[in-house]
Every structure is written in C-alpha cells, then in structure tokens.
Design a protein around this ligand. Structure first.
Ligand SMILES: [Zn+2]
Length: 175
C-alpha cells in the first residue's frame, strides 16, 4: 500500500507521509522543499486540475481570480490564462476545438503554455485507446483541417526550431 504525493505525483509508501491535513498528501521528500516551492507546485497543480474537470464552475473561476493575484508570477500567469479559457469555454468537451474556431489566439497561448500539445499520436496506437485528453480533444479535428499551414506547433525544449524549408517539405511531401 502507498499513497500518491500531490506535489511530485510519485507513489510512495504510507510511512513517508505525515498524519493529518495537507501533510498526509505530500511525501517526505517534497515536504523538505522550501515552502514557496511547495506552494508553487500545489497551486500549479490546482490550476491544471481545473482543465481536467468536465466543467469549470463559477466557484472555480472565482478561485482562479484569487490565484491570478498570487505572488508567484508563474502561478498568477497560468491562473489568468486558464481563467480566460474557463470563461470562454467552461466545458471540457470540445473545448480546444471550440477555441480553435472562435478564439485561436487564446488556443495558441494555451499551446505555448503547454496546456495542450498538438502533436499527432503515434501511428501504432489503436483508435479504441483514444481516451480523452486535452491533446486528443484538439486532435479530433486537427486532421480534418484543410488549412494545415495555420497550425503552429511550438517545438519542445529539446527540439530545435524547424526551418521554414523543412516545414514546407513536411507539408507538401516534396524534397
Ligand atoms: Zn512528493
């Protein structure tokens, strides 16, 4: 038996958790981190959690308003972005598609902030495993788009930015 730590997400033996309150859900290793770092992770996790809910309630949006004024800039900025997304489209289902159609700049901000990662699934993955995830919700229509040039995929940190020539080659299949 063990527990999942709400900060690092790791599954650890129960002995590594404190007895009561928030301590009971944060592992020993994470409790050794500076308080501010714990708060940062906790709040970022809370904000990401709103996007996984099937609906972001008015109460959640109020909470996001509070987090928007957080002293930790990263937290405040993410809260502000997620709040704008929540106000535009509180429902999870088809949210990204809806944003694609109606508020593309907001969608691109979400991509930049890594809230969605519009990369195609690996071809080996069978379709029936296509569970909901922000990426897949977006991808549902991603392949139906005619205007492929409009999709900007932010390179991952370990990838270098592709040259426009290589993007052209990828899009047209020409060399
Ligand atoms: Zn932990």
């Amino acid at each position: 038996m063990g527990r999942g730590c709400i900060l690092c997400g790791r599954w650890r033996p129960s002995e590594q958790f404190g007895g009561r309150g928030p301590k009971s859900r944060i592992c020993r290793k994470c409790r050794r981190m500076p308080k501010i770092e714990q708060q940062r992770l906790l709040r970022l996790g809370e904000i990401h959690g709103f996007l996984e809910q099937s609906n972001i309630s008015k109460k959640n949006i109020k909470r996001l308003s509070t987090l928007e004024t957080d002293a930790i800039t990263e937290v405040a900025e993410l809260a502000s972005l997620v709040k704008r997304i929540a106000v535009a489209q509180p429902r999870r289902r088809r949210r990204w598609k809806w944003l694609w159609r109606s508020q593309r700049e907001l969608l691109q901000e979400a991509v930049k902030a890594r809230l969605i990662d519009p990369l195609p699934p690996r071809p080996t993955e069978p379709d029936n495993d296509f569970e909901w995830s922000p990426e897949n919700d977006f991808l549902e229509d991603y392949f139906e788009l005619d205007d492929f040039n409009d999709v900007w995929i932010e390179p991952r940190s370990y990838e270098s930015e592709p040259s426009s020539a290589s993007i052209c080659r990828a899009l047209t299949g020409k060399r």
